[in-house]
Ligand binder design. Structure first.
Ligand code: NAG
Ligand code: NAG
Ligand code: NAG
Ligand code: NAG
Ligand code: NAG
Ligand code: NAG
Length: 354
């Protein structure tokens, strides 16, 4: 007892006990890890689990969503196929670089769920260590570049509507983004947080009133809240698949909107201003406000990639400007996209709309 009263000795005794506890803890967690490692293989063949039967296995979508989403059950979804991931400077690469050079966008990458419609796109996604989900479609090859409005292009578009309906049904809000959309700022700072707004959708051309159906929508970027109304909207939308032969899903949604679905379902739909959600159809007038840039009004992947790269250089040039600079830089003309429609090169200084 006398020994313990000596502060130095009792400190040493306490330390010894402490060290002992730490050692015990470490060896036991080391041991547990070993057991877990051993069990992993036989319990789930990971590569098998991810490559086959992904969709039939309801849980894999559930866990992909859980992993990718923010605390508020909101996730960003992009869909890729082989044509978007191949080559050393692919559309996917540009999409990802935009998060890197954007303002406050780097951490958003963890909340993107990249949906791959073929094996090569999936392998590339895994290689990049992103959140990946393999979307299967029976008997359809989604590998090649889908030329605008070809049969396969239309099929792929419908498949994505069906997939997004499933996401809503699972209670997840999502931002859907095409990979030809560059994220230069965090869009959540420009999207309305009002929960009564069910759908916020980008436009090719914006007419100034966020509630006017005259705005020309673009389904390449939108935010949908999960609720009964949006689920009904997506169900109705997808139901049109076989009734609207040869139409792409965007045109079908336009028809539904013109036919009064917003009023019918009591939806609140906000049309997004190109000042923030910019595109090649209508460039944002202000680099200080621009949030996303969509390579819309463009016909081929090749042209989109080239003009997106140019737009990304414009952005980088803007970022190098002095914070106090009053210069408002201009976007370079999107000549590759302009010519992708078979039009001659533009003269300088002419604005173009499609
Ligand atoms: C794992 O793979 C082996 C063959 O490689 C197979 O026999 C087994 O059923 C698989 N297990 C699961 C859970 O898929
Ligand atoms: C996947 O599972 C099958 C059997 O179900 C097996 O033959 C194959 O080797 C597995 N593939 C991998 C990559 O584990
Ligand atoms: C979800 O949370 C993120 C991060 O806190 C936030 O930026 C975003 O605005 C939220 N989204 C919604 C729809 O409330
Ligand atoms: C959301 O919008 C509705 C309709 O305009 C409005 O009545 C409500 O006050 C708004 N809620 C918030 C939190 O701003
Ligand atoms: C949505 O629909 C489900 C199933 O029909 C119902 O249980 C739920 O109350 C509805 N929620 C709202 C907010 O209307
Ligand atoms: C910008 O202007 C403010 C006030 O006019 C000044 O304090 C600041 O130093 C300037 N910043 C730069 C980078 O010139």
């Amino acid at each position: 007892m006398r020994v313990m009263e000596n502060p130095v000795v009792s400190f040493a005794a306490v330390s010894l006990v402490f060290i002992g506890v730490i050692l015990l803890y470490h060896s036991s967690s080391y041991f547990t890890n070993q057991v877990i490692l051993f069990q992993k293989e036989p319990l789930c063949n990971q590569s098998n689990l991810t490559t086959t039967n992904v969709e039939a296995d309801g849980d894999s979508l559930g866990s992909a969503l859980a992993k990718g989403s923010m605390g508020n059950k909101t996730v960003m979804i992009a869909i890729v196929n082989k044509a978007y991931v191949e080559s050393e400077s692919s559309m996917l690469d540009i999409f990802l670089s935009s998060f890197w050079v954007g303002e406050g966008t780097r951490s958003l990458i963890h909340h993107i769920l990249l949906v791959a419609v073929d094996q090569i796109a999936y392998d590339r996604c895994i290689f990049l260590n992103l959140n990946c989900f393999r979307l299967q479609t029976d008997g359809v090859d989604f590998e090649g570049e889908k030329i605008y409005m070809s049969q396969d292009f239309i099929k792929m578009m419908w498949r994505r509507t069906q997939f997004l309906l499933q996401v809503l049904k699972r209670g997840y809000n999502f931002v859907f983004t095409d990979t030809d959309v560059m994220w230069l700022r965090n869009p959540f700072t420009r999207l309305s947080k009002n929960e009564t707004e069910d759908l916020q959708i980008s436009t090719d051309v914006y007419h100034g009133d966020p509630w006017s159906k005259r705005n020309q929508i673009n389904t390449g970027f939108y935010f949908a809240r999960s609720n009964n109304k949006t689920i009904s909207l997506f169900e109705t939308w997808y139901d049109q698949k076989d009734k609207s032969k040869g139409k792409k899903e965007q045109d079908v949604l336009v028809d539904l909107i013109n036919g009064g679905i917003i009023e019918h379902l009591g939806l609140r739909v906000r049309f997004l201003d190109t000042l923030y959600f910019s595109g090649f159809c209508e460039d944002s007038k202000d680099f200080r406000a621009v949030t996303t840039v969509h390579a819309n009004c463009c016909r081929s992947i090749h042209a989109k990639v080239l003009d997106l790269k140019v737009a990304l250089s414009d952005w980088k040039r803007f970022r190098k400007l002095d914070a106090n600079s009053t210069m408002n830089p201009q976007w370079t003309k999107h000549d590759w996209c302009w010519q992708s429609w078979g039009r001659p090169k533009q003269g300088n200084g002419h604005n173009h709309h499609v």
